[in-house]
Ligand binder design. Structure first.
Ligand code: SAM
Ligand code: SF4
Ligand code: SF4
Length: 363
């Protein structure tokens, strides 16, 4: 077994083909969801006969934990559980407890978080917190009930998501974030009301540009509202000041609400914009993604993964597993968003037609 110091050395050396370190691991724990957001799992495709993965194909909690250990030895310090809807995975809190018990080579706990549509949060927040979850991100696309019900396409009410967020706060989950995917012409009129609602609440609201992820959502550039325009609309209502990134490779650009003197007022909090379409951030992308069935993806827009499940289910040692993952990361050259931004608006890179769905790979 390599000793902690050797592993720490390996971590500082491990870089992909573009010099990027491995820092974040996103783990999809289910490909199923109880929502049918049109930008992610449109009903026409994800209907009742859709061939979801059989249970035997899913990585078990023990397999996920073993994979996570290998990734931690290679530099991962942050794990985000996602899906589909991660709270639909039975006994998810058991997995959280297993991951929370892991330590970095320096003996530190990991930063563990989870992205959820919030529908089951009111029921589960306390159990998640007790299992060791520190933070949570809740997706909510507006406060207008009719629009939200239409966007989740299962008639789910806003009030129940807000109750879930309150339950998360009451359970002591910190740094709660709310993600709003902005679709021009659908929910962009909700930008300012959402900001007004969450300003000063301790919740960080983040606006995500509608992305051309997957191959089923019928994405069109004219439905993307560039983040710069989101900021303009917010600035008209609330003075904002740019804040520095809190971590390398952070996806969101941060803006703080200003006080009467134009200084950041921490009591009012901050917002973030994630400009995946208009401002590619591939240059310092430090994220790997593990699909529900154990395929390793090196980019949200990848069309192919690497079959880690076969490796995990083979007699390969932990050391062998680490070496295989390290070799895969070293061969990485993905930079889809950068390439797309260099192409005319009506063209997308070749891989667009085959790439995997967000609900499978996790956001
Ligand atoms: N079901 C959970 C949820 O909705 O939070 C977790 C999985 S979901 C795939 C993760 C995140 O991806 C959500 O915040 C969702 O809004 C975002 N997302 C899905 N499709 C998207 C798209 N086409 N463009 C931008 N964000 C998208
Ligand atoms: Fe489900 Fe999340 Fe996709 Fe909406 S964005 S369909 S909640 S997985
Ligand atoms: Fe990372 Fe791929 Fe997104 Fe670029 S397009 S930031 S490489 S996930």
């Amino acid at each position: 077994m390599p000793q902690p110091a050797e592993l720490a050395g390996l971590t500082t050396l491990l870089r992909d083909g573009r010099g990027r370190a491995l820092h974040d691991l996103r783990i999809s724990v289910t490909d199923r969801c109880n929502f049918r957001c049109s930008y992610c799992m449109p009903k026409e495709v994800f209907h009742k006969d859709y061939p979801y993965l059989p249970h035997s194909d899913l990585l078990t909690f023990e397999e996920i934990t073993r994979a996570a250990q290998a990734f931690i030895a290679l530099g991962v310090r942050k794990i985000r559980l996602t899906g589909g809807e991660p709270l639909l995975r039975k006994n998810i809190e058991v997995l959280i407890a297993q991951l929370a018990a892991l330590r970095t080579p320096e003996g530190e706990p990991l930063d563990i978080t989870l992205t959820t549509n919030g529908s089951l949060l009111a029921r589960k927040a306390q159990a998640l917190k007790d299992a060791g979850l520190q933070r949570v991100t809740v997706s909510l696309d507006g406060l207008d009930d009719a629009i939200f019900r239409q966007m989740n396409d299962v008639d789910f009410p806003v009030a129940d998501v807000l109750t879930g967020i309150e339950a998360a706060q009451a359970a002591g989950l910190s740094h709660i974030k709310v993600n709003m995917v902005v679709k021009r012409g659908t929910n962009d009129h909700e930008i300012v009301p959402m900001a007004r609602h969450f300003r000063g609440s301790g919740v960080t609201l983040r606006f995500i540009e509608y992305m051309d992820v997957g191959a089923t959502n019928g994405w069109r550039m004219d439905e993307v509202l560039p983040s710069a325009q989101v900021i303009e609309r917010l600035q008209a209502e609330f003075p904002l000041v740019a804040l520095a990134a809190s971590a390398p490779g952070e996806t969101a650009q941060r803006w703080g609400y200003a006080d009467a003197h134009g200084h950041y007022d921490a009591a009012l909090g901050e917002i973030g914009v994630i400009s995946s379409v208009t401002q590619a951030f591939c240059g310092d992308c430090n994220r790997a993604r593990l699909s529900t069935e154990g395929q390793l993806y090196l980019c949200l827009f990848a069309s192919q993964g690497y079959d880690l499940r076969s490796l995990i289910r083979s007699p390969l040692s932990d050391e062998g597993l680490r070496q295989q993952i390290a070799a895969i990361w070293q061969g990485r050259s993905d930079r889809y968003s950068e390439l797309r931004s260099q192409m005319p608006a009506d063209l997308t890179p070749q891989s667009a037609r085959q790439r995997v769905e967000m609900s499978y790979i996790g956001g």
